[in-house]
Design a protein around this ligand. Sequence first.
Ligand SMILES: Nc1ncnc2c1ncn2[C@@H]1O[C@H](COP(=O)(O)OP(=O)(O)O)[C@@H](O)[C@H]1O
Ligand SMILES: [Mg+2]
Length: 242
Amino acid sequence: MKLLDIENLTARYNASDVLKGISFSVEEGEIVALLGANGAGKSTTLRAISGLVPHVSGGLRLGDTSLLGLHTEAIVRLGVSHVPEGRRVFPGLTVEENIILGASNRKGLQKAVLMREVDEKFELFPDLVRLRHTLGWKLSGGQLQMVAVARGLMAKPRLLLLDEPSLGLAPIVVQQVFDIVTEIRRQGTTVLLVEQNANIALSIADRGYVLETGKLLVQGTPAELWGNSQIREAYLGGASAA
Ligand SMILES: Nc1ncnc2c1ncn2[C@@H]1O[C@H](COP(=O)(O)OP(=O)(O)O)[C@@H](O)[C@H]1O
Ligand SMILES: [Mg+2]
């Protein structure tokens, strides 16, 4: 079943279109990678889904519900959680407080239920356990990314939008973050993953799309994208996958 269905979507901030009519879908339970160079429109695509771009047109549906024109809060309530580029963890709040903020959209949530879910996030991110009461400004890049993802999950999303989780992280930390993304999907959350790092994204994705200056260039399974020499040279660092 299609969870996210995008048809001929255009988006712009001011005069000119940043997204020039893109169509793609994400099936329930998939990890789909949205790849492309800096400035291609990847973040804008996620922001359009989340209701954060002022001018959007075309088809944009979550299941049977059109998201077009809805406010971000309503979109979150329908089950879309967006972990933006740059992590945006509050430096003056603890790890636990930052994670709890992700549930602020869930009205009437009981404290006991809230804390149980917070505990579940620490199970998913065991590296954060000893940092539970540590302030955000003290965290490393990888730890910040984990807090940002944990916070995003507190909205109990059906669809998790992840924007460049690997940015600026050491390879071993990137691998840890991506292992967790795989586990998040295993636990039932569908993931739309934006990455410039196509290699690592395709190592966990079921399918990928390549965006180039606001248009979708190609789509396919990781093997199909790896098999396309033009795409491989432009986006996948040239060499063939091991
Ligand atoms: N808030 C904004 N206002 C105006 N233009 C923007 C804004 N954000 C992004 N853009 C422009 O939209 C294009 C796509 O940006 P973006 O979606 O951030 O690309 P990507 O995430 O693929 O690097 C770029 O040309 C960028 O300059
Ligand atoms: Mg971006």
